[in-house]
Design a binder for this molecule. Structure first.
Ligand SMILES: *[C@@H]1O[C@H](CO)[C@@H](O)[C@H](O)[C@H]1NC(C)=O
Ligand SMILES: *[C@@H]1O[C@H](CO)[C@@H](O)[C@H](O)[C@H]1NC(C)=O
Ligand SMILES: *[C@@H]1O[C@H](CO)[C@@H](O)[C@H](O)[C@H]1NC(C)=O
Ligand SMILES: *[C@@H]1O[C@H](CO)[C@@H](O)[C@H](O)[C@H]1NC(C)=O
Ligand SMILES: *[C@@H]1O[C@H](CO)[C@@H](O)[C@H](O)[C@H]1NC(C)=O
Ligand SMILES: *[C@@H]1O[C@H](CO)[C@@H](O)[C@H](O)[C@H]1NC(C)=O
Ligand SMILES: *[C@@H]1O[C@H](CO)[C@@H](O)[C@H](O)[C@H]1NC(C)=O
Ligand SMILES: *[C@@H]1O[C@H](CO)[C@@H](O)[C@H](O)[C@H]1NC(C)=O
Ligand SMILES: *[C@@H]1O[C@H](CO)[C@@H](O)[C@H](O)[C@H]1NC(C)=O
Ligand SMILES: *[C@@H]1O[C@H](CO)[C@@H](O)[C@H](O)[C@H]1NC(C)=O
Ligand SMILES: *[C@@H]1O[C@H](CO)[C@@H](O)[C@H](O)[C@H]1NC(C)=O
Ligand SMILES: *[C@@H]1O[C@H](CO)[C@@H](O)[C@H](O)[C@H]1NC(C)=O
Length: 592
């Protein structure tokens, strides 16, 4: 399973400099990098600028992500930066690559996703897999921490389309099409030597992965996409929904009341999947069988606290500007108003004609966006519009360079639909990222693992289901149900992660499983043809801690018999699947 690059080298006439004894320091020179740059004219629209190259060895770097081998916590690599311009444009894009030493290189290239409005600025994520990795400035200094929402407007009313296209899909695609020939030439491989190319990311990193599959599909062999922040227009405005519900119903729930509603839902729905383990593994059964109003009257209590809110880490400023808020002791009983707020949020956005505009979080997901703030002067709980949604509306829809909406005065559900529609049309080609025809990826042999925490409180898991359904129906319009399912599962597999939150474990369902070996599974699929039949996940805590749960591949759903963790099946359940299936008649254009 290990691929030595040097079998290729020995076959390469004239590659006298390369030998099995080549060390990283032999290769890690500006001259070697300059000689390895693709010549102008070979990559359409991209001109490499040799004088902008640097190369230096980084010794004993420490990695945040050496999940693969606990023993190798430090590594040494060649840190290369190169510069290119778009032909005739005069702009400048800096890209950095991390090259492992020749004896560690396994003919792989690896692209990591970012999160929020940021691309990844770390090029070293692939080292642990014997892969060259990269990261890009995207033309707006992203390597130095500039995030796209900071540059999306030149000023009020003027969109920075270059940054939008680069963030949308172009920057990562270009980094990959430059990086692959650069990798071959850097190590002295044959020009058509196979370099297995992988992508891995979650949240906006998931959207970025989908952007690569949709736009540069033929470049990637294995793509791992978690909880993609795609269908961007609908997704971002949905972050305003919870506030809109509170304004419409004129009820601003104490946070403790909402948490109680979620906790009581988890307790009630946990056993519906057959196993009482603190995890709702079947939110569909919860949606079909549980009535939130049964919680009315239950008491809740939360001690006073000074909490530091990290938000969703959705934008750099939010993460840095994490605010400390104080909450008084909260002691009360769940009200009909509180349940009405929760129910309306889980129902999702509809226009005033009752037509559905978007889907929502699964019942039992945390209601983070509904969090109110405490006014110490009046002793009242008040509206707190999440900046994830608010900033999107001010900057991307209203085109005003301000960081959040102040209020929702004169805003209705119809306004939210209108905002979605404006963003849908305006960014259809750049940020929406839901193109459902993946033929170039599929026909060149690409494989995709797509997963989503079932109780994600930020990006609804049904959003991923809807995309899977769109790809299936667009790519296999004439196939029978069984045929299209089998054909799709040969290259695109989708998994819901029971109980999990947004790209991680859920503090309210901490005993759930989480997949931790996705790259190993993907490498085995791509390089050895081992098609997964389930997705390995490990239970994180509780009675069944550290057990492997082989997650069910969508559209099958987990079910346990006899309340035993080993008595487990992946079942077909039409009513469940129907509960995950949506149409969006509030829009005239199909929403994929
Ligand atoms: C190159 O080195 C590897 C490991 O160091 C060794 O297994 C392999 O046999 C060597 N190949 C040649 C052609 O010398
Ligand atoms: C490629 O084009 C760029 C921009 O025109 C130029 O700066 C660079 O020198 C060219 N590279 C070579 C190798 O001529
Ligand atoms: C890297 O770590 C090794 C082992 O700890 C040590 O021997 C070596 O001196 C270090 N190299 C540098 C450049 O720090
Ligand atoms: C990699 O090289 C660039 C350009 O010289 C430099 O700015 C950066 O700090 C280097 N990275 C590391 C980790 O040394
Ligand atoms: C909800 O459940 C969590 C985790 O079990 C617990 O820490 C928290 O106190 C509960 N909150 C309420 C309001 O019930
Ligand atoms: C919260 O912070 C305030 C001001 O620093 C302090 O007076 C109060 O005791 C803290 N409350 C808790 C529950 O820690
Ligand atoms: C909450 O309030 C009720 C009624 O006032 C009281 O009986 C109970 O002790 C309070 N609970 C806590 C934990 O303070
Ligand atoms: C942009 O518009 C906002 C909202 O109207 C305003 O507060 C701000 O001053 C404007 N910025 C500039 C540079 O004009
Ligand atoms: C809301 O609408 C009313 C009536 O049309 C108008 O007077 C008011 O200025 C509006 N408020 C805002 C914030 O737009
Ligand atoms: C599906 O069937 C229609 C009508 O027979 C045909 O025109 C179309 O090309 C088929 N599509 C595919 C993808 O096979
Ligand atoms: C996945 O789980 C199966 C079954 O427990 C096990 O045989 C396999 O080694 C696991 N694969 C990885 C990559 O962890
Ligand atoms: C579920 O349905 C699929 C496709 O119809 C079929 O291949 C599979 O065997 C079924 N699984 C079970 C557990 O019945």
């Amino acid at each position: 399973m290990r691929h030595s690059p040097f079998t290729a080298i020995t076959a390469l006439a004239g590659a006298a400099t390369a030998a099995n004894t080549t060390s990283l320091s032999d290769l890690c020179t500006v001259a070697n990098v300059q000689a390895a740059l693709p010549a102008n004219g070979t990559l359409l629209g991209i001109d490499l600028i040799p004088s902008g190259s640097t190369a230096s060895i980084v010794y004993n770097a420490s990695s945040s992500a050496t999940s693969r081998s606990a023993s190798s916590t430090t590594f040494t690599y060649c840190n290369v930066t190169i510069t290119y311009t778009h032909t005739g444009k005069g702009d400048s894009v800096e890209v950095k690559y991390a090259f492992p030493s020749p004896d560690a290189f396994e003919n792989r290239f690896y692209v990591a996703g970012g999160g929020g409005f940021s691309l990844s600025s770390d090029s070293t994520g692939g080292i642990q897999y014997g892969a060259v990795g990269g990261a890009t400035s995207a033309g707006y200094d992203a390597l130095n921490g500039v995030s796209y929402d900071e540059v999306v407007l030149y000023g009020n009313g003027t969109i920075n389309w270059d940054a939008t296209m680069m963030f949308g899909y172009q920057a990562l695609g270009e980094m990959t099409i430059i990086g692959k020939p650069l990798t071959r030439a850097f190590y002295g491989l044959d020009t058509d030597a196979k370099v297995y190319t992988y992508y891995e990311g979650c949240s906006d990193g998931g959207r970025e992965g989908m952007s690569q599959v949709q736009r540069w599909g033929q470049e990637y062999d294995g793509v791992i996409v978690g909880a993609p922040a795609f269908r961007f227009a609908q997704q971002q405005v949905t972050h305003v929904l919870s506030s809109m519900v509170e304004v419409t119903l004129d009820y601003y729930p104490p946070p403790c009341e909402m948490t109680k509603i979620v906790n009581a839902t988890i307790a009630a729905c946990d056993p519906l999947d057959g196993l009482t383990d603190g995890v709702i593994s079947r939110t569909d059964l919860c949606k079909l069988n549980f009535n939130l109003s049964s919680i009315i009257g239950e008491s809740y209590y939360c001690a006073a606290e000074n909490s530091t809110s990290l938000g969703f880490g959705f934008s750099k400023r939010q993460a840095q500007g994490s605010t400390t808020s104080s909450q008084p002791e909260q002691n009360g009983t769940v009200t009909a108003e509180g349940v009405a707020v929760a129910q309306a949020i889980y129902d999702g956005l509809h226009n005033s004609a009752g037509e559905r505009a978007y889907l929502s979080w699964q019942i039992g997901s945390e209601l983070n966006d509904a969090e109110t703030t405490y006014n110490t002067d009046t002793g009242a709980w008040e509206l707190d519009i999440p900046s994830t949604g608010g900033e999107y509306v001010t900057k991307f829809i209203q085109l005003l360079n301000i960081d959040n909406l102040d209020n929702l005065d004169n805003v209705t559900y119809d306004t939210l639909v209108e905002w979605m529609n404006i963003g849908f049309v305006r960014y259809y080609d750049s940020l929406q990222t839901t193109l459902p025809d993946l033929t170039p990826f599929q026909s060149s042999g690409g494989k995709m693992l797509h997963y989503h925490g079932e109780s994600d409180p930020s990006i609804p898991s049904a959003s991923s289901v809807h995309y899977w359904q769109s790809v299936r129906s667009i790519m296999y319009p004439n196939s029978t149900s069984d045929e299209s399912l089998e054909a799709l599962q040969n290259w695109y597999q989708f998994y819901l992660v029971p109980g999990a939150a947004h790209c991680g474990v859920n503090s309210l369902q901490p005993d759930g499983p989480y997949p931790e070996h996705n790259m190993d599974i993907m490498i085995d699929w791509v390089e050895n043809g081992v098609k997964p039949t389930g997705l390995n996940a490990t239970t994180q805590a509780g009675t069944y801690k550290s057990e492997t749960q082989l997650l069910c591949q969508w559209p099958t759903r987990p079910f346990w018999a006899s309340n035993s963790s080993t008595d487990f099946e992946c079942v077909n359940d039409t009513a469940s699947i129907d509960s995950w299936t949506y149409t969006f008649p509030a829009f005239k254009v199909p929403v994929y």
